[in-house]
Design a protein around this ligand. Structure first.
Ligand SMILES: NC(=O)c1ccc[n+]([C@@H]2O[C@H](COP(=O)([O-])OP(=O)(O)OC[C@H]3O[C@@H](n4cnc5c(N)ncnc54)[C@H](O)[C@@H]3O)[C@@H](O)[C@H]2O)c1
Ligand SMILES: O=C(O)[C@H](O)COP(=O)(O)O
Length: 525
């Protein structure tokens, strides 16, 4: 039975789903050394933001097939290391959207009305009404940085509260922003005009310290900043200085450069609200993310695709369902052309023809690479790491798309250039889903792939086919089917044979000695 390690607290509903297919061990708060020691036993790891999944942990996880993040951010997982090792990383892109947006809105209102400080004061037996004079958000300007799922919900609610909305998001269209009632502006304008600034971007090299001393200097003394996105988007020291000096009015932070928050000047400031990364901590969100991620882990352990894999671009279950037969075709052709080319491959050209010539067919390119590398890497290569493995081996992958339909509605043509020359293959699917190889090195044929195959390039002349048949018969190799493809009579031709048995050692060199045979290749598919 598969084994799943759950290394952060997740809702029981997730454990119940995983238990349908695996032994589930919940071990939270493990130090790195302990995790490295036990991870080799596990097929899957499920976590939240509490576990840092380093390259070392991933490399120790020799059985790992999937890492599931019960939440959005995967910045605590070394996704690159997981990808290289062929481990699928999944998350729950929407499960905690509302929870995080509501936390940001709660922070904005709490800041405006001094709710945490007023609460503390009353509990300390005081009745100080003057000290807690607040500000309304109605008719104030809210600057939303990052108009994705969470930013959009915040914008919607803020609009209903009568706020004016500015937004900065270089990847969002004007139309989408307008739909949300936001005016798209540049960052400088958002900084200088906003009364409230709320951050909803991922932490990337571009967003690291997006709010720094320079940015803070552009803001109004009444500006309040809310960060429920990621620590490190704000330079915390610069923020504390700006609040202490009255350059801006305050801040509410749920996330920090270092978590748990260590020594910080922010703790001593009255106009600062701090929460311990609670954005996703609602009962509803935790049920959502636990179900979302546990189901994906269960599916992957059962050999099914994951719906939100962050490191298999484009291969959603919908796409998978539609492309499934073609994925098999691409993989078979990749495997075939890799074996024909032999040696070190330098370049793979993938041409998607007819109905396959769409952007949605990108996974077919990955499947072709997977097939190409399968002889060298066997089960180590998968949809996750195929592209990165090709890149690291110096294989240049060229994709071309040609919407013109030839004899079939869609076909895949691969050509591999390597240290031993260039070879090409084309394949199609028949109406019943059967794969046909329709071209080898430019010679038209029509053969189904089979476990053991022999291809020859020879002169089209009488007697050759008989000689090959006798040679194979002499070694007790049974021929299941045979086809010859030629461009002109008595020119060069290609022969493709499907064999019931593998070619015995030495027979290939015997075949190449037959007069008229230019080249011969054995292939195992
Ligand atoms: N505090 C919490 O507990 C909590 C909970 C959930 C999510 N989050 C965090 O909230 C953030 C947003 O999550 P989401 O689900 O809305 O993600 P999302 O992917 O839907 O939205 C992110 C948006 O940021 C934009 N963006 C990317 N780079 C940008 C840049 N350089 N400048 C401006 N915009 C940029 C993207 O175009 C996108 O629209 C993430 O960092 C996520 O990890 C935190
Ligand atoms: O990215 C996320 O989903 C949030 O940061 C939530 O983190 P958590 O699962 O540790 O609460």
């Amino acid at each position: 039975m598969a084994k799943v390690l759950v290394s952060d607290t997740i809702d029981q509903v997730g454990i119940d789903i995983l238990s349908q297919v695996a032994q589930v061990d919940v071990k939270t708060g493990l130090p790195d050394e302990e995790l490295i020691k036990i991870i080799p036993d596990y097929d899957a790891l499920m976590l939240r933001s509490g576990t840092r999944v380093t390259q070392e942990i991933i490399e120790a996880g020799t059985q790992l097939k999937i890492i599931g993040r019960a939440g959005v951010g995967v910045d605590n997982i070394d996704v690159k290391a997981a990808t290289r090792q062929g481990i699928i990383v999944v998350n729950s892109p929407e499960g905690n959207t509302i929870a995080a947006a509501e936390h940001a809105l709660a922070m904005m209102l709490s800041l405006s009305r001094h709710i945490p400080a007023a609460n503390e004061s009353v509990k300390a037996n005081k009745w100080d009404r003057k000290r807690f004079m607040g500000a309304e958000v109605y008719k104030k300007t809210l600057g939303v940085v990052g108009l994705g799922k969470i930013g959009s919900h915040v914008a919607n609610v803020a609009k209903a509260m009568g706020m004016k909305l500015l937004a900065f998001d270089p990847f969002i269209s004007q139309d989408r922003a307008e739909q949300l009632g936001c005016t798209l502006v540049d960052l400088d304008l958002l900084f200088s005009e906003s009364d409230y600034i709320t951050l909803h971007v991922p932490k990337t090299p571009e967003t690291a310290h997006l709010i720094n001393a320079e940015a803070l200097a552009k803001m109004k003394p009444t500006t309040r900043i809310i960060n429920c996105a990621r620590g490190g988007i704000i330079d915390e020291n610069a923020l504390a200085d700006a609040i202490a000096s009255g350059q801006i009015a305050g801040a509410a932070l749920d996330v920090f450069e270092e978590e748990p928050l260590g020594e910080s000047k922010l703790r001593g400031l009255e106009n600062v609200i701090l929460t311990p990364h609670l954005g996703a901590s609602t009962a509803e969100a935790q049920v959502n993310v636990a179900i979302d991620v546990a189901e994906q882990i269960r599916d992957v352990l059962l050999g099914l695709p994951a719906r939100s894999a962050v490191n298999i671009p484009g291969l959603t279950p919908d796409v998978m369902e539609k492309l499934r037969p073609y994925l098999q075709l691409a993989e078979t052709l990749g495997n075939l052309v890799g074996q024909l080319a032999g040696g070190r491959i330098e370049r793979l050209t993938v041409r998607l023809q007819g109905e396959l010539a769409t952007n949605k067919s990108q996974p077919l390119v990955v499947a072709s690479i997977k097939g190409l590398l399968s002889q060298a890497l066997r089960e180590r290569v998968n949809y996750v790491n195929a592209a990165i493995e090709a890149q690291e081996r110096g294989i240049r992958v060229i994709e071309t798309r040609d919407a013109a339909q030839r004899d079939y509605s869609g076909s895949i043509h691969l050509s591999a250039q390597g240290s031993m020359g260039e070879h090409s293959v084309t394949g199609v699917l028949l109406g019943d889903g059967e794969i046909r190889i329709t071209d080898v090195d430019g010679f038209p044929i029509n053969v189904p792939p089979s476990n053991y195959m022999l291809f020859t390039v020879h002169r089209d002349m009488p007697g050759i086919i008989g000689k090959i048949g006798s040679l194979l018969g002499g070694f007790n190799v049974n021929i299941a089917s045979m086809q010859v493809g030629r461009k002109i009579v008595r020119g060069d031709a290609v022969m493709a044979l499907s064999l019931d048995d593998p070619l015995p050692e030495g027979l290939l060199s015997e075949i190449t000695k037959v007069a008229g045979i230019r080249d011969a290749y054995t292939v195992k598919l």
